[in-house]
Design a protein around this ligand. Structure first.
Ligand SMILES: Cc1ncc(C[n+]2csc(CCOP(=O)(O)OP(=O)(O)O)c2C)c(N)n1
Ligand SMILES: [Mg+2]
Length: 510
């Protein structure tokens, strides 16, 4: 037994059954030890942003901690943007980061850097294993921090020599606690507020899933409150036979008009909405005239609080949709036609990873009556999460179809994930929304009054010269791919892709 094995056995004991890795020489004892821990699936990602984003997707779907294995400060830095998204998603992730041997570090070798400082901005807890004998205990503490409700990424630094040192303790179970129950006074206050009318409910976390969402639907129906889900939910269940929650609007003026006529916004697992950017003349905090009222924070038992609230309001009438998605219209693809085709054809129980950005809105609107599905959104706004999230979600749920609704510019940040999808045989169907531009930035330029952008602004928002060839890129990574230009072609490509196993990519020209 050495430090590396003690770390992995402790992680395995806490349900961390997967390790997304891009290792180097300082992590080799851990790499070798993985062969002695069959309960942890090793998954190679060809860029560390793939490791962190996949770990996020796996953790969002299982609720269990995912492992990453990263090479010193530079490996961790490459993982940081998707760790930022994971931190916003409150995903439990144990990032294991190797470091130089203790006696070697004082000589400032080339790969040395301040790992703790790089880790600090994307990890609320940063721990270092001081000796082989302490590894199991330190790992258990790191896992406790990662799993403390509602969950978070943590960093665990282990020097090369510490990984190889003898370690007596094989595994120490982390102490975990369930989320706290919301006190009855809080439930009663929310009941009074909603009984008074003109209320709205914003759900997140456990309020966007299963029992919590079902109770939120009953409450909304009984009190005529408007039901919103977070603009960028870590995980949202929706579709036929579930309550319909409108997505809280992205742009502040749209949020303001959605809130017009509402007195109080009751927060159930969501934080108070803040505009994505600080636009001149627009508020930062997007709440109605009467402000917001917190029923349950993300760290509390949100589902239970909503059920208690439904009881307090005697809200028994189930409010679910039995609508079906509308028939797609024929013709050349645009975001509306693309959204209609996907909503119409998406299979039962799909997981939709939504990094479709400016192309995804119409799909969201069209799919509220589609077969039941989950949506994983871009929680932290750092683009390049979609393909890794889809990879991790597919490994977490091998019996479900994962659909990556993927904007083209964002997809190019982490497209090596396609290789991992092919190697692991994941059932991911990626739809690339190929508008060959950073369209949202063009929209934002126009909104900021630059209706006629100059050549520099055009160069920075245009991807057409040369247009990335997604079909060639996907095939190069071992993923079968087709290009489509019309609704009919997209429908046929999706039917074929859903019938077959393994990953597929459809480049949809918009
Ligand atoms: C890590 C990171 N870098 C840069 C940005 C700024 N940014 C936001 S959207 C965007 C371009 C998105 O283009 P694409 O993915 O093609 O979506 P579209 O706007 O075309 O729908 C960029 C560069 C960001 N949000 N995150
Ligand atoms: Mg684009």
């Amino acid at each position: 037994m050495n430090g590396a094995l003690a770390l992995l056995r402790t992680a395995e004991g806490a349900g961390a059954n997967i390790c997304f890795a891009n290792p180097g020489t300082t992590e080799l004892p851990l790499v070798a030890a993985l062969d002695r821990v069959p309960g942890i699936r090793p998954v190679l990602c060809l860029f560390e942003g793939g490791c962190s984003g996949s770990a996020d997707g796996w953790a969002r779907m299982t609720g269990r901690p995912a492992l990453t294995l990263l090479h010193l400060g530079p490996g961790l830095a490459n993982a940081a943007a998707n760790l930022h998204n994971a931190r916003r998603a409150r995903s439990p992730i144990l990032n294991v980061i190797g470091d130089h041997a203790t006696r070697h570090l004082p000589h400032d070798p080339l790969l040395a850097s301040d790992i703790e400082r790089i880790a600090a901005s994307v990890s609320d807890t940063v721990l270092r294993c001081s000796s082989g004998a302490r590894v199991a205990d330190t790992t258990a503490r790191a896992l406790e921090a990662a799993l403390a409700p509602p969950g978070r990424p943590v960093a665990l630094i282990v020097a090369d020599d510490v990984q190889s040192e003898p370690s007596s303790a094989a595994s120490t179970p982390p102490r975990t606690r369930p989320p706290a129950r919301v006190p009855p006074e809080t439930v009663e206050r929310a009941a009074r507020t909603l009984r008074a009318g003109r209320g709205a409910i914003l759900v997140g976390r456990g309020g966007a899933l299963g029992r919590g969402l079902e109770a939120a639907g009953r409450i909304a129906a009984a009190t005529k409150a408007r039901l919103f889900s977070e603009t960028f939910a870590a995980r949202l269940e929706r579709g036929r036979s579930r309550p319909v929650a409108e997505r809280f609007p992205y742009f502040p003026e749209q949020a303001q008009s959605a809130l017009a006529g509402i007195r109080t916004l009751v927060l159930a697992g969501a934080r108070e909405p803040v505009a994505f950017f600080g636009y001149p003349g627009r508020p930062s905090v997007l709440v109605p005239e009467g402000g917001s009222l917190r029923l349950a924070g993300p760290d509390e038992d949100v589902a239970r609080a909503l059920e208690d609230l439904a009881d307090a309001l005697d809200a028994r009438q189930r409010a679910t949709t039995d609508a079906s998605p509308p028939e797609p219209t024929r013709g050349p693809l645009d975001p509306v036609r693309l959204g209609l085709v996907l909503a119409y054809h998406q299979p039962e129980n799909a997981i939709i990873v939504d990094e479709g950005l400016s192309s995804a809105g119409p799909w969201f609107g069209a799919s509220s009556g589609a077969p039941p599905h989950d949506v994983l959104a871009l929680t932290g706004g750092a683009i390049g999460a979609g393909l890794p999230l889809a990879t991790g979600a597919a490994l977490a749920c091998p019996d479900r179809r994962v659909i990556a609704l993927q904007a083209d510019g964002s997809g190019l940040y982490t497209l090596q994930s396609l290789w991992t999808q092919a190697r692991e045989g994941t059932h991911v169907v990626t739809i690339v929304c190929a508008n060959r531009s950073y369209r949202i930035l063009q929209v934002e330029l126009a909104r900021a009054g630059h209706a006629e952008p100059g050549p520099a602004a055009r160069a920075f928002t245009d991807l057409a010269g040369p247009a990335p060839d997604w079909v060639a890129l996907a095939r190069g990574f071992g993923v079968p791919a087709t290009r489509v230009e019309t609704s009919e072609e997209l429908a046929r490509a999706l039917e074929n892709a859903f019938r077959e196993k393994g990953p597929h990519l459809v480049e949809a020209l918009l």
